[in-house]
Design a protein around this ligand. Structure first.
Ligand SMILES: Nc1ncnc2c1ncn2[C@@H]1O[C@H](COP(=O)(O)OP(=O)(O)OP(=O)(O)O)[C@@H](O)[C@H]1O
Length: 393
């Protein structure tokens, strides 16, 4: 598992230069989409549970969660295909109650198999515009613009079956964007594409969003995808939002064990708070037989059981076991190595307990023929005072 999606870092580097864009931190900014205490029940089952959320104009927002967490239901309510059981949804300040889908300023991008097979790419893109009785000249101009935007200029006359999967997906995108909706809704848009094509298409989506400045809302269960494309992510579980923040905040400072575990790879160490001061918190971690000193000050009390959550790339691994382990240090034995090309993940068994291991990753920056660490090596694992986060829930 790559870290915080090499992608979202690359976004800043290879995409158009992105302005500082944090409207959610501005208490005077008006949200463009607002869920106000929205609940959706299907019979006795609560799919969305009293959920409130604000999304801002031009945001690329991701709803991320496992199967059945309610993310698609959120999107369908926004598009007007479902009605909230309780609460309201506002778009651009207008209550959407009773507004049919086609009158909402939101458009949904459907999977590419929803394209009309007998129509050319151009005709597929023009379809909605014709229904809106746009003039022929305007339709032609818009279709040309959409073909350019989605890099399909060379394919306008082809039928969907004469295109690759990725190209078909771009036609679906062009068709959804042709009417210039204020909000584009994407439900697992890249699910059918292979990994490489999916990554390429993610960057294209980001570039298109930058150019059009449309608000994009994507639903995905793929955390790397969410980390790559989104300005902010809402992590959902059982109809609730567990955390809503930027990709780096979600990755570096998850607010709960659930989010920490859901995003990326993480060491979750059970610990007991021994002392706390303005300078930080000291914990005992009996299962790995060590003491943890964290620079984090928390609201937890001395004696409380907490989880210390630490990303594998924050755990240093060195050959040779220290005789006198210091604080934030523990002796271990390498028992598994996963070579992933760009990084290697070391699973090191700590102490006597067989099931207790810590993971550390090392970036493979040089092309080593001989790896310096191997199975059954005795090693020392160590980390800094700001390596992890203390989680109480
Ligand atoms: N029309 C319906 N009638 C009854 N239950 C429904 C209906 N639509 C959705 N649900 C239930 O609501 C829950 C949330 O569904 P939803 O489609 O929002 O999940 P999801 O997070 O998008 O999951 P997935 O990634 O599997 O699509 C699920 O348990 C689902 O079975």
């Amino acid at each position: 598992m790559a870290g915080p999606g090499g992608g979202y870092l690359a976004k800043k580097a290879i995409g158009p230069v992105r302005r500082t864009f944090t409207p959610w931190e501005d208490s005077t900014a008006t949200p463009f989409i607002e869920f106000q205490n929205v609940t959706k029940r299907f019979g006795d089952f609560t799919a969305v549970d009293n959920l409130s959320l604000k999304i801002y104009e031009r945001e690329f927002f991701a709803l991320l969660g496992g199967s059945g967490c309610g993310k698609t239901t959120m999107m369908r309510m926004l598009a007007g295909f479902e009605t909230p059981t309780e609460g309201s949804i506002l778009i651009d300040g207008q209550d959407m109650h009773g507004v049919p889908p086609y009158k909402r300023p939101a458009n949904m991008m459907f999977q590419s198999y929803a394209l009309f097979p007998h129509m050319s790419v151009e005709a597929n893109i023009a379809f909605g515009l014709k229904q809106d009785r746009m003039s022929k000249a305007d339709i032609a101009a818009r279709v040309t613009e959409m073909l350019r935007l989605t890099k399909l200029e060379a394919f306008g006359k082809r039928k969907p079956h004469q295109l690759s999967g990725g190209q078909r997906q771009r036609v679906a995108l062009a068709r959804a964007l042709a009417k210039k909706p204020k909000v584009l809704l994407l439900d697992e848009p890249l699910g059918a594409l292979d990994r490489k094509l999916r990554e390429e298409t993610q960057f294209e989506l980001m570039n298109i969003q930058e150019e059009l400045k449309t608000t994009f809302l994507i639903v995905t269960h793929d955390q790397e995808e969410a980390m790559t494309v989104a300005d902010r992510i809402a992590v959902m579980d059982a109809g609730k939002i567990m955390q809503c923040a930027t990709p780096s905040e979600i990755y570096e400072t998850p607010n709960s064990k659930f989010v920490a575990d859901f995003i990326g790879d993480i060491n979750l160490i059970e610990a007991r708070v021994v002392s706390k001061s303005e300078d930080g918190t000291i914990m005992d971690a009996p299962r790995i037989g060590c003491r943890i000193d964290s620079s984090q000050t928390t609201t937890v009390s001395v004696g409380d059981t907490v989880w210390y959550a630490m990303r594998p790339e924050k755990v240093r691994i060195e050959l040779g076991e220290t005789e006198t382990p210091e604080i934030n240090q523990v002796g271990a034995e390498v028992w598994d190595i996963a070579y992933l090309g760009d990084v290697s993940i070391f699973h090191s068994r700590v102490g006597e307990a067989e099931e207790t291991s810590l993971r550390s990753t090392i970036a493979n920056v040089t092309r080593l023929v001989e790896r310096p660490l191997t199975w059954e090596d005795r090693v020392t694992l160590s980390w800094g005072r700001d390596a992890g986060v203390i989680l109480s829930k």
